[in-house]
Design a protein around this ligand. Structure first.
Ligand SMILES: [Zn+2]
Length: 122
């Protein structure tokens, strides 16, 4: 990849990886199951726990994407969409340097995801 922003993407990825790790480390204690107090307290705790789990799942997803992005930097395919092989725009990479997909493929993925969501809800 001949993108002049390569070093900047790398710097962004290093920062994002650190942040995702910190978020995971911070969220873990929230997953401990504690049952005490009344029903409302338990409910609030359950919701908090769910929130923590969602947050750490997201952080681990991002972390996985970040590691994959580092691997693509190693093999020289960073900045190419893993689905269609088109170049991912600089703007998109600066916002989401770990993204494996170009905007068009991402839109398709999001559409499919929404379809799945509405099927599950029905
Ligand atoms: Zn694509």
């Amino acid at each position: 990849m001949k993108d002049t922003k390569f070093l900047e993407y790398r710097r962004l990825l290093v920062g994002a990886e650190k942040e995702a790790r910190e978020r995971l480390a911070h969220e873990r204690p929230g997953i401990n199951i504690q049952t005490h107090g009344d029903a409302i307290d338990n409910l609030i705790e359950a919701l908090d726990r769910e929130q923590s789990i969602t947050t750490s799942m997201r952080a681990s997803e991002v972390l996985r994407d970040i590691r994959a992005a580092f691997a693509r930097m190693e093999d020289g395919t960073f900045g190419e969409c893993v689905r269609c092989g088109e170049a991912i725009s600089q703007k998109r990479l600066l916002a989401l340097p770990w993204t494996p997909n170009c905007i068009r493929c991402q839109e398709r993925i999001d559409e499919q995801r929404q379809d799945n969501d509405s099927l599950e809800a029905a």
